[in-house]
Design a protein around this ligand. Structure first.
Ligand code: HEC
Ligand code: HEC
Ligand code: HEC
Ligand code: HEC
Ligand code: HEC
Ligand code: HEC
Ligand code: HEC
Length: 517
């Protein structure tokens, strides 16, 4: 009886792996499997890469095979350590990044492989650290653009099941939505075909990953996993760009750049990613795609004169350029310029943040956009504007955790702890999963001689991200101040093990050990 009832309960829709589509869509499946999108993540051990050595920031790095595993070590400044690379991100079409795991938490690796020159080097932006930085959290949003079915342990920021994703790569369901119902009843009505969607919903399918803008703000009540094919991306994510345009290209600026092209501005919804790209195939867009709209074009004579082949439309009008957010890589300029843009881009006419694609943003989303921009290390000048917008937006929505966190951070970073405390306390009450308020409030308490109040906040933060080495170091200090030297020493030893080369915890540990003798 019980059993029967159970069987009758509706079964939650499970994810359909790509292989479950293969029996009926064999050709598409076989073609898709070879695409960079299908191959954009997986086990690092399976990466077919040669070993190498390089030097950076006073350290010498080596990447090598350690049995099955792919590992790297580094030595310098009296420090030597080895780590295993657990997962790769990026097919290697241009580059490949890696993840490290420690206690189930995932971090970005400081080493990366670049196709240009077939070489290993520091991962993009790691040259700003003076020691091998091993604890940058690999957040779900990063994995979600490169893999399918991200399995983050709830209540944590970067702790994952093993494996951390149900399937490597970008599977059919990421563009076609849940497939179980379609497999059970194979009609066009049971599956999303991006090409048949309204233009804004159609474009959202690619934009969920190919549009980063200057800053992405999650709408209230949504997370990185809210969007589903068929939705409008704008309903879960507000993407902001600079009003005067962003000089240069970034890795994920294809949507933005295409929107700037004259082809797109004049053609409107008739032109989209799918006009030129076959998402299941490898072939580069041919000139036929251009000729579909440009039956005649004035460059033919120029071409004849230069004896160049006509099918090189893209060679002249979509040239390759380097990007501003990663070294050693080039991408195709989707703004389809008449003539190649000058090497040095003109400064933008306005740096205001505006929603991508026009339209209005809510005061809350705009405030957060400025808050996020101001929180970036080099944008201190944007703080006053961010503060004013956040404070106003918070009056409208006093229970908005993101607003509380970003405004609280500004107060804390400008020595106004008394203002920050109530905001952080409210954020902690409202959202047990947040991390910023626990870290920030603990810092204020320690500064004010209340180590015992800081301890539970930081213990909680370290459960969400065990790699917060400086928080761990401060936690040790708090334990030390409360007289618990054993806990202090344990945390320092762990911090040193997690961040070899970082001076603060190592020095404190030595001091503590001397004090204990
Ligand atoms: C049992 C066979 C079968 C399986 C398994 C199957 N499909 Fe289909 N699929 C079909 C058939 C048949 C059609 C054509 C339906 C029609 O035109 O009425 C179709 C059509 C489609 C379409 C086009 C819909 C349209 O609007 O034209 C898409 C997209 C699609 N399938 C995706 C998938 C994906 C993704 C999977 C795996 C999750 C999958 N299919 C699994 C049989 C299958
Ligand atoms: C918003 C979605 C998004 C996020 C978040 C994101 N990526 Fe990407 N990434 C992309 C897209 C799209 C491309 C492809 C761009 C192209 O080919 O022009 C890409 C390209 C790459 C490449 C180059 C792959 C190759 O061989 O061409 C690497 C490596 C990479 N990303 C690593 C990462 C890592 C590591 C993170 C997390 C810290 C991350 N990405 C976060 C969307 C994203
Ligand atoms: C990166 C996004 C993306 C992925 C991944 C993807 N598709 Fe598609 N698929 C599309 C788009 C876009 C179209 C519409 C193409 C058009 O008509 O312009 C499409 C069309 C289809 C169609 C119907 C039209 C046709 O070409 O026959 C089928 C069937 C289909 N996809 C199956 C699959 C299957 C099966 C997989 C996985 C093996 C898959 N797709 C993976 C984006 C994707
Ligand atoms: C879930 C995230 C995601 C979605 C959805 C997505 N892409 Fe991608 N795309 C990526 C990533 C990541 C890469 C980089 C792959 C690599 O080389 O590692 C990429 C690479 C590409 C490439 C270059 C490599 C190739 O296959 O030729 C093209 C073209 C592309 N995407 C087009 C599209 C189009 C068109 C759509 C919408 C129909 C789409 N993508 C949807 C994440 C995504
Ligand atoms: C969906 C139709 C469509 C497609 C596909 C298309 N274009 Fe265009 N393109 C246009 C339209 C419309 C204009 C504007 C013509 C005008 O100014 O009257 C344009 C303008 C241009 C211009 C002039 C740009 C400027 O700033 O003056 C160039 C160059 C160009 N296209 C090249 C290409 C190339 C190369 C391709 C293929 C890679 C391509 N287009 C594909 C519709 C398209
Ligand atoms: C007018 C045609 C056209 C349109 C529309 C178009 N692309 Fe492309 N795309 C190209 C060409 C040409 C290349 C270069 C292919 C090559 O060299 O192999 C390219 C390359 C790419 C690549 C590979 C990485 C790079 O930058 O070289 C990605 C990713 C990509 N396109 C994504 C997109 C997305 C996302 C859209 C929709 C916003 C889009 N494309 C719209 C023509 C187009
Ligand atoms: C050898 C480089 C080169 C190639 C290849 C090339 N073009 Fe051009 N094209 C140019 C230049 C240069 C101009 C700008 C002429 C000017 O500014 O007077 C131009 C202008 C254009 C325009 C703008 C015309 C107008 O009157 O506004 C279009 C559209 C265009 N090209 C399309 C194409 C297409 C489609 C192809 C491929 C079939 C192609 N081009 C191949 C160099 C090239």
């Amino acid at each position: 009886m019980c059993r029967l009832l159970l069987l009758l309960l509706p079964v939650a829709l499970r994810a359909a792996p790509a292989s479950s589509c293969a029996p009926c869509h064999r050709e598409i499946y076989d073609a898709w499997r070879r695409t960079p999108m299908a191959q954009t993540s997986g086990a690092a051990a399976a990466a077919d890469l040669t070993h190498a050595a390089f030097a950076a920031a006073g350290y010498r790095y080596r990447v090598f095979r350690d049995g099955e595993a792919l590992s790297f070590d580094f030595s310098g400044a009296g420090v030597h350590a080895t780590r295993t690379l657990s997962w790769f991100i990026g097919s290697g079409a241009t580059a490949r990044s890696f993840l490290l795991s420690g206690d189930g938490y995932l971090f970005e690796a400081p080493v990366a492989w670049y196709r240009a020159g077939d070489k290993w080097d520091l991962a993009p932006s790691y040259d700003r650290y003076t020691y091998p930085f091993l604890t940058r959290p690999a957040l779900p949003a990063c994995l979600n653009c490169h893999a399918t079915g991200i399995q983050v342990v709830s209540g944590t920021h970067n702790r994952y099941a093993d494996p951390p994703f149900a399937e490597p790569g970008i599977t059919c369901e990421r563009c076609h939505g849940a497939g179980e119902r379609h497999i059970a009843s194979a009609t066009a009505a049971t599956i999303v075909n991006p090409a048949s969607l309204a233009p804004d919903r159609r474009d959202s399918v690619c934009a969920q990953c190919h549009l980063s803008g200057e800053v992405r703000v999650m709408r209230p009540g949504t997370t990185w996993s809210t969007y589903r094919p068929g939705d409008r991306l704008a309903d879960s994510v507000a993407v902001f760009v600079r009003a005067g345009g962003t000089p240069g290209m970034t890795v994920t600026s294809h949507v933005e750049k295409l929107a700037q092209s004259r082809c797109k501005r004049v053609s409107g919804d008739a032109l989209w990613c799918g006009s030129c790209h076959d998402p299941h195939g490898l072939s580069a867009p041919s000139r036929q795609k251009c000729l579909f709209c440009h039956e005649s074009h004035p460059c033919t004579e120029t071409l004849a004169a230069r004896n160049r082949k006509q099918d090189e439309c893209a060679a002249c009008h979509m040239p390759k350029s380097s990007v501003t957010d990663a070294q050693h890589v080039v991408y195709t300029d989707h703004s389809i310029p008449r003539r190649p843009r000058p090497a040095v881009a003109a400064a933008p006419t306005s740096t205001d943040l505006v929603p991508f694609g026009g339209g209005r943003s809510t005061a809350r989303d705009l405030a957060l956009a400025w808050g996020i921009v101001a929180a970036r290390g080099d944008r201190v000048a944007d703080r006053p504007r961010a503060e004013a917008l956040l404070a106003t937006a918070l009056q409208e929505s006093p229970g908005d955790v993101e607003l509380l966190l970003y405004l609280g951070e500004i107060y804390r970073n400008t020595d106004r702890g008394d203002f920050a405390i109530p905001l952080f306390q409210r954020a902690i009450r409202l959202d047990p999963a947040q991390l910023t308020a626990s870290v920030g409030l603990g810092g204020i308490y320690l500064e004010r001689g209340r180590p015992a109040d800081a301890i539970p906040l930081w213990e909680d933060a370290l459960k969400k991200d065990a790699g917060l080495v400086l928080v761990r170091t401060n936690l040790a200090l708090a334990y030390w101040q409360t007289g618990d030297l054993r806990a202090a020493e344990q945390h320092l030893a762990k911090a040193v093990a997690m961040a070899p080369g970082l001076a603060a915890p190592a020095e404190l540990l030595e001091k503590l050990r001397r004090a204990r003798q």
